[in-house]
Design a protein around this ligand. Sequence first.
Ligand code: NAD
Ligand code: LMR
Length: 338
Amino acid sequence: MFSKSVIRSSRVLARGFASTARAERNVAVLGAAGGIGQPMSLLLKTDPLVTKLSLYDVRGAPGVAADISHVNTHSEVKGFEKDDIGAALKGAEIVVIPAGVPRKPGMTRDDLFNTNASIVKSLAEACAEHCPKAHILIISNPVNSTVPIFAEVYKQKGVFDEKRIFGVTTLDVVRASRFLGEIKSKDPKDVKVTVVGGHSGVTIIPLLSQVEAGKDVSGQQYKDLVKRIQFGGDEVVQAKAGTGSATLSMGFAGARFTNSLIRAMNGESNVVEPTFVLSPLYKDQGVSYFASNVELGPEGVKKIHPVGSLSAEEEELMKACLPELKKNIEKGEQFVKA
Ligand SMILES: NC(=O)c1ccc[n+]([C@@H]2O[C@H](COP(=O)([O-])OP(=O)(O)OC[C@H]3O[C@@H](n4cnc5c(N)ncnc54)[C@H](O)[C@@H]3O)[C@@H](O)[C@H]2O)c1
Ligand SMILES: O=C(O)C[C@H](O)C(=O)O
């Protein structure tokens, strides 16, 4: 699952192990016993760049940690539950957060707001206290609102750093690559689609016109492909018929984003991933957070790339996205400010 460059950089690291110290990379997962938390933690355990893994959940994480800790990779795994969140976060450089309830058929991501807003707010308070300088990777839905919630708590606590708070939209990128590859009979690894906007329905905008394989997709096929990428989450929610939403593909996507960030923290250049961050791109239209290609670096966000030129269809998608995204962001901000 890891790119050629990570395999290369981990080999370089491995060669250096005999003589030099390993780059310590301490990752905490909050919500680690859940549907996403378990497979993602397993994948993080198999990532040679992760050296310490702290798994926290309100319940069940010590069991998950005991299980995963038997996988014979070098990293150390510990589990924490209940009130032990401080110990889980101590020394964390990256905190990945898939804590919260998932959708059932018929629900929108915004329907999760009432429950997940409070969960994310309390986890932000804990992170602000125990690891204020860690990079925060937010998976909990609705991402368009939970990222602003997290940021507002950090502003109130005086520890806000816009470069270190990320909404994880990697699953949209993974889906776009897979679905376009499927209709073009291409290996998805050769089909890289930039997905911008937010992470729900019409706020998800795949920039197919910017990809060689996507340029000539048109008419009904274009409409169907865009809809499948925008509503891929619903496809899984319906197939799981009330037992949850995407967990395994999200575990893959969350581990991929974490790996990209660690590579950038370890000094690799040109690591670029779409992610939902505080962004100047559509600020003049009142949209303060936006997902676009972001170059990652040791301090987190290094450079926010512009969206580039859009086709007429993509301009229409953007028109539908921006008002919805603005509403979702303001709802999150108001939740903390009120
Ligand atoms: N960003 C994305 O692309 C994406 C993709 C899939 C799912 N999600 C979202 O991720 C979230 C989790 O989904 P899931 O399928 O893993 O759900 P799940 O119910 O299987 O697991 C959630 C876990 O969070 C834990 N939890 C609840 N409150 C907590 C707290 N205060 N601290 C720590 N842990 C806590 C629960 O005990 C549970 O183990 C949902 O909100 C879902 O909508 C986001
Ligand atoms: O659809 C969901 O509710 C989960 C997630 O956001 C997804 O895109 O799969």
